[in-house]
Ligand binder design. Structure first.
Ligand SMILES: Nc1ncnc2c1ncn2[C@@H]1O[C@H](COP(=O)(O)OP(=O)(O)OP(=O)(O)O)[C@@H](O)[C@H]1O
Ligand SMILES: [Mg+2]
Length: 267
């Protein structure tokens, strides 16, 4: 069982059942059904404003579906719970707390004793290569380091479900790659069920077991890509074909990509 020594770890299955979501007369999600298996990483990609964050908020229990149901391990999601952790793109840390206090806070909110929370926080900061920066405040470290700290805070309480909303969207391409590596290592160690919203198709291909490509609002799934059975380092031509197909579903054409291959593929 992955996780900290001595800690039993059971990730959780998520089921979206025929979810429709309206905000007043704006229909944002239409008849969305999908199951995320325990330990699976599913990436959601789609045009801006199509409803991806809304789906994460529904899974987090912050929004209620207008119709349909969302189940976590077979039980209806009725509100936020620490076992389903949402990580935002930016400003995820409290500026008035040091890095170690930010991470420990996640455990203290769950009534962990202060000394134990701090010990765990130090350990998780080390896992994301932030040893030596424990007593720094967020404004004293780089954007990439802040997101590393946010990752440590997301993982420290060992959520069963991790909901990541463009966690690296604000970072430059190089920093993003190192953060993707860090995230992949943490996921391998802990094996939570992960829903990852990203506008970066390469990030989705690198990290995901499955990719759902959404239409314009109201969000419906245009196509699902299963990567779990691919050996990522060997199936390069299949990956290139999948990448082309995903970009084309998103209406991005090869000539646009050449202009700006890594950045700004805002889909
Ligand atoms: N609380 C809310 N009240 C009213 N409308 C909302 C609310 N939350 C989201 N919306 C609307 O729902 C639509 C989808 O928003 P959402 O944030 O889910 O899109 P998104 O796919 O995450 O977009 P992006 O890629 O730009 O982050 C938008 O038109 C947005 O204005
Ligand atoms: Mg969003």
């Amino acid at each position: 069982m992955p996780g900290l020594p001595g800690v039993f770890w059971f990730p959780m299955k998520l089921s979206f059942n025929n979810i429709t979501k309206n905000f007043a007369d704006l229909q944002v999600v239409e008849h969305f059904s999908s199951e995320m298996q325990t330990g699976e990483l599913v990436a959601l990609v789609g045009p801006s404003g199509c409803g991806k964050s809304t789906l994460l908020h529904i899974a987090a229990g912050l929004e209620k579906p207008s119709a349909g149901s969302i189940l976590a391990d077979g039980k209806p999601v009725t509100g936020p719970h620490p076992e389903r952790m949402l990580m935002f793109q930016e400003n995820a840390l409290y500026p008035w707390l040091t890095l170690v206090q930010n991470v420990a806070m996640a455990l203290e909110l769950q009534k962990a004793p202060k000394a134990e929370a701090r010990k765990q926080a130090v350990a998780w900061l080390a896992k994301v290569k932030l040893q030596g920066f424990e007593e720094y405040y967020p404004h004293q470290v780089s954007g990439g380091m802040r997101q590393r700290c946010a990752l440590a805070r997301a993982f420290v309480s060992q959520p069963k479900v991790l909901l990541l909303d463009e966690p690296f969207g604000a970072l430059d391409a190089l920093t993003r790659m190192t953060l993707q590596d860090a995230l992949r290592d943490l996921i391998r160690e802990v094996r939570p069920t992960v829903l990852l919203v990203t506008h970066d198709v390469d990030e989705a291909l690198f990290l995901a077991d499955r990719i759902l490509v959404f239409s314009h609002r109201p969000a419906t799934v245009l196509k699902e890509f299963n990567l779990a059975h691919h050996e990522k380092s060997h199936d390069l031509s299949e990956f290139a074909a999948m990448r082309r197909e995903i970009l084309s579903l998103l209406g991005i054409h090869a000539e646009q990509e050449v202009v700006n291959p890594l950045e700004g593929v805002e889909v």
